[in-house]
Structure formats: C-alpha cells, structure tokens
Design a protein around this ligand. Structure first.
Ligand code: B12
Ligand code: SF4
Ligand code: SF4
Length: 336
C-alpha cells in the first residue's frame, strides 16, 4: 500500500467510525506493550488478578501472538448511554450495566465499520475484540492517544470523560499511528479518597478487592466486603462519578433525568425476588446478565441488609420457613 493510501485509510476509518457514534478513535502499532508484563505478573503473584482475565500474559500484551499478521490496532471508544440516577433506597447498577449490552452494541457498530471499509476497497481480514478477548484494551488506548489513564484506572478521553466502552479493531496492514495523550489528573485525589475499597493510589491495582469485582464474584464475601457493596447491585461507578472530567455528564443526567428511558435504580425487594422470566426480560439483555440471576439476588439481599430495610426480616421469615432461601444467600444467614 502506498503511503498516501495509508493516510487515506487512517482518515476514512476515523470518519466512518465517528459517523457510527464512536467518540474517540486512535491508531497504534501491533508492537507488544513494553513493561506491562511485569505489572500483570505482579498482580498474578500477589493473587490480585481476577479470574475474568486471560492467564497467558504474552497473549494480553502482544497482538501478534494471537494473530501473527496483525500490523495495526485501532482503538475505538463508544459512549455509554445517559441514564437516570437511582432514587433513595434503590439498588444501584453501573452505567455499563444498563440498557442494551454494550458488547452487542459495539459488535454491531464494528461490523458496520468493517462492511464500510470492505465496500471501499479494504482487502484485508480485520479482527476485533470488545472486552472479552485477551488484549489489555486500555494499554492500547493510551498508546493510540485517545486518552490517559486516570488515578481511578479509567481511560479518560479529554473533553469527554470516561463513561465509554472500548473496542479494538485489528488490521493486517500498517496504517500511520497517533501520538499518546498527556495525563491530566494533576494533583487531584478525588477518586483515591472516594473509593469504598481504598485501593486507588496503590500499585499494583488490587482488582480482586474492587467493589465492581465483588458484585460479580460468586465467592462468599466477608462481612467487610459485603458492607462495601452498599447499595450496589452490579458494578461500581464511584471513582468515575467523583472525577472532574465526568461532571458535565453527571450534571446533564441530573438535570434531565426524567426523559431518560434507562434507569440505574432497581427496587431491592423486586430484585431479591427475581423470577427466571423477569431476569431474562430485564437483565439478560444487559451487561449485568452474564453472571446470572443468583448473583443479582445475593447483592440485593446484601444491600437490603446494609440499609437495614425492615422488609428483609419479613422476607427471611417467609423463606426460612419454607426453606426457599436461594443457596447463594444461605452463607449470609449467619448474621441473622
Ligand atoms: C478484568 C477487567 C475488570 C476487573 C479488573 C479491572 C482492572 N482495573 O484491572 C474488574 C472486574 C475489577 C473490572 C472493573 C471495571 N471495569 Co473492567 N475490564 C476488565 C478487562 C476484561 C481486563 C482488564 C485488565 O486486563 N486488567 C489488567 C490491568 C493491568 O490492565 P488495565 O487496568 O485494563 O489497564 C492498565 C494497564 O493498561 C496500565 N498500562 C497501560 N500501559 C502501560 C504501560 C506500562 C509500561 C505499564 C507499567 C502499565 C501500563 O494502565 C492501565 C491502568 O492501570 C477489560 C477489557 C479488556 N480486555 O481489556 C475491562 C475494562 C477495563 N473494564 C471496563 C469498565 C467500564 C469497568 C468498570 C468501570 C465497570 C463498573 N462500572 O463497575 C470497573 C472499573 C474498575 C477500575 N477502577 O478499573 C472498561 C474500561 C473503560 C474505561 N473508560 O477505561 C474495559 C476496557 C471494558 C470495555 N471494553 O469497555 N474490570
Ligand atoms: S470501581 Fe469502585 S471499588 Fe473499584 S476502584 Fe473504582 S471506586 Fe474503588
Ligand atoms: S478523580 Fe482526579 S485523580 Fe481521579 S481520575 Fe479523575 S482527575 Fe484523575
């Protein structure tokens, strides 16, 4: 491919991506991410990595280990939809867990982007990943210059914020790359101070203690861990909500909460009593569905306990009597 043609693809892939709704797009090479293997090894050796991560470190840092023809990594950020904030005493869902599952939304948009590339003469065979895939997406995102990694560990896009989902498009052609962008956290410590698990500002990141992980883990949570959940039913947005770079979006959500069809709040007792049919209708279509119904019910139970909701005593009386307490909740009955 001639150099003019390569520049043309760089420009056009960005143009088509923005037309499809992506808010930031950047290009980087398929080189391995230097220095990241040591971080991943330290997380693994200290037992801080989550079981959701690929075990093979080389596959996570080097695109050519998974696909030897890979030459370029395009990083794309898609906005998470605006949502209405939860009301008092409601369970809280993270923004990434509300609305149509972002994995499906991004998959469709990337396939549309690839179709457009092919219809304009792209002859390669692009591959892609959205979240589920070995490559560490944020490492490529900073190298592709779409943002910086905040103290909250999030990829923050200058002028937009961090409430985005990321995707990687892998190409078997060499396309010009973008420059990394500058860190804009400065002296700010808001996320470090707000984190309920007190894990920010320390290296390596203790992913297994992160409340987002705890809401998704099926292991039995300690008393200290489950208290940290507060009212959270799936995920944790606290370190992003306090970030100055997300305040504009937060204000927009607060000011216009009524028109948003998507709500982050859920009724705790309804979630605890979730039937299979309700789970399929309300949660399975979202990114909160992948861990199943029981983990959401457990989190609703713990949230009711955390706010000492009197409805929990009645629920327990009924369900203990007919022995219908879901097995995932049984270990927590010791507190009653
Ligand atoms: C496993 C996982 C988790 C785990 C562990 C998270 C973690 N911080 O490691 C848990 C379950 C806790 C989790 C939680 C969340 N996650 Co998550 N998660 C992932 C997943 C699948 C892998 C992450 C991973 O590899 N971690 C290992 C560490 C080392 O990598 P990292 O934190 O992603 O990135 C670091 C390195 O890249 C490092 N780095 C980059 N370059 C270099 C170079 C050198 C030399 C060094 C030393 C370091 C370095 O800087 C980054 C920050 O430390 C990715 C998708 C993917 N395939 O990448 C999504 C992903 C990171 N998660 C995402 C989201 C949205 C979340 C939550 C916000 C969801 C929620 N609301 O609850 C929280 C945020 C928690 C947090 N503060 O990070 C988004 C991030 C979007 C964004 N704007 O950054 C991703 C990219 C999914 C997606 N496709 O959109 N997640
Ligand atoms: S997601 Fe929650 S627990 Fe995890 S680092 Fe951010 S504030 Fe802390
Ligand atoms: S809250 Fe402050 S320190 Fe944390 S990520 Fe945002 S700007 Fe950086």
């Amino acid at each position: 491919m001639e150099s003019d043609e390569k520049i043309g693809w760089h420009t056009n892939i960005k143009k088509w991506g923005y037309e499809l709704g992506f808010v930031a797009i950047g290009f980087t090479s398929a080189e391995s991410v230097k220095g990241l293997a040591q971080v991943l090894e330290a997380r693994r050796d200290l037992d801080l990595a989550t079981p959701f991560e690929e075990k093979e470190i080389e596959l996570r840092i080097d695109p050519q280990v998974g696909w030897q023809d890979c030459q370029t990594v395009v990083v794309l950020a898609y906005p998470l939809p605006d949502t209405a904030p939860p009301q008092e005493a409601e369970g809280i869902l993270a923004r990434s867990a509300v609305g149509e599952d972002y994995h499906c939304v991004l998959r469709q948009s990337i396939n549309q982007l690839i179709d457009t590339m092919v219809s304009n003469g792209w002859t390669g065979t692009p591959r892609w990943q959205v979240d589920i895939g070995p490559l560490v997406e944020r490492a490529f995102a900073i190298r592709a210059g779409i943002g910086w990694i905040g103290r909250n560990q999030q990829l923050i896009i200058p002028g937009y914020g961090s409430f985005v989902a990321l995707a990687l498009l892998l190409l078997d052609q060499e396309i010009p790359v973008d420059c990394p962008s500058l860190d804009q956290c400065g002296a700010c410590q808001r996320c470090v101070e707000a984190c309920p698990a007190h894990i920010l500002g320390k290296e390596p990141f203790a992913a297994k203690h992160c409340v987002s992980y705890l809401t998704q883990s099926k292991e039995i949570l300690t008393d200290e861990e489950y208290r940290r959940l507060g009212l959270r039913i799936f995920g944790c947005d606290t370190c992003q909500e306090v970030c100055p770079h997300n305040q504009q979006r937060m204000e927009n959500e607060l000011a216009a909460s009524a028109p948003f069809p998507l709500r982050r709040g859920v009724d705790l007792l309804e979630t605890l009593n979730l039937t299979k049919g309700e789970f399929q209708r309300r949660f399975q279509v979202t990114a909160a569905g992948w861990r199943g119904k029981a983990v959401l019910q457990r989190n609703a139970f713990l949230a009711l306990q955390n706010i000492r909701d009197p409805r929990l005593r009645l629920w327990l009386a009924d369900h203990k009597e007919d022995q219908s307490v879901p097995p995932i909740i049984v270990p927590y009955l010791r507190s009653f």
